[in-house]
Design a protein around this ligand. Sequence first.
Ligand code: GMT
Length: 380
Amino acid sequence: MRIGIACYPTFGGSGVVATELGHELARRGHEVHFVTYAVPSRLNVFAERVSYHEVAVPTYPLFTYPPYDLALATRIVDVALHEGLDVVHAHYALPHAISAHLAREMLLPRRLGVVTTLHGTDVTIVGQDRSYLPITRFGIERSDAVTAVSQYLRKVTEEVFTPRQEIEVVPNFVDPERWRPVAGGREGCYAHAGSRLLLHVSNFRPVKRVLDVVEVFDRVRKRVPCCLLMVGDGPDRPAAEELCRRKGIAAHAHFVGNTPAVETIVPAADLYLLPSDSESFGLSALEAQACGIPVLGYRAGGLPEVVVDGETGFLREVGDVDGLAEAAVGVLLDDQRYAVVAEASRERATRLFTAEEMVSRYVAIYERVLAALPEPPAEP
Ligand code: GMT
């Protein structure tokens, strides 16, 4: 099959999932064409059967807002015609599902299947803004198939958009070879001898509640020697750094910005903190667990589908930083319990969230969509 993938190329989870899926599809013999404005952060452009097609967005004095969605639709058409795409898979509804639909209309009578995967804020925040709700619903309804990355996200999508078609849940997956415990991994990476390492990775948007990460760290540090490693960048980073300075813990909190090689850092951590107020899935929590790192977060959104409280990590109500700190201290001071939780984290993550299963499910969806597309009119 020839599959186009439209996604965000940034460090965010939806682009990561799209990229990992593309690589897996290519490994299974499919031809995969990424169509986006920059090379996705985890894309190996030299991988066999993987191509990258840049979307150029020319500016013009009249354009206060250059129309990326139109440029993307035009590029999808171009790639579909020249590379013979069967399906385009849009990751994150806006604008990808709309551009994919537009491209399909432009290509008629040539056929192109459109599959949309909803990832999170495209439904929970952006898609519910009055400026975008109708067009998000339109994108969902015009897709030939729609998937969501968690049961939680499917439920919210059904409640908010009441779409006509069924939404299938295909959870995200993790590569157990790439994300794995590393012997001695707890030394180094800012964790000094005798000190534990707490880790957070995100785009530092308000939904991630990075100030809660600092609050938890501050409380844990009073009882267990530890450091905090903050990976990523975004709007709330200055506030988090300032809070560390105010609390007098800045020397122990390291903000390192974005880095593509997160899998080399995660195994060095003792605990992974993801106290988002709504996480549709929490891919980084899955990756941490695959490395045998227990996760602490809030009982919100789809995170309870990824982290089992008391078994692979610890979940508390949103805002309960004391509860999270208490759970962190409890497990850090009990080596035996820590080992059990760490092992369960790895075992569950690599058993339930396999590429093999999820990629097969996506391929089955593509095949179903293709089989249902109307035949093009016969040549005269
Ligand atoms: O929806 C977003 O905020 C963006 C998106 C991204 O590109 O980072 O994140 C979402 O998709 C990820 C991959 O499916 C999920 O693991 C994240 O939980 C989800 N983020 C939120 O729901 C906040």
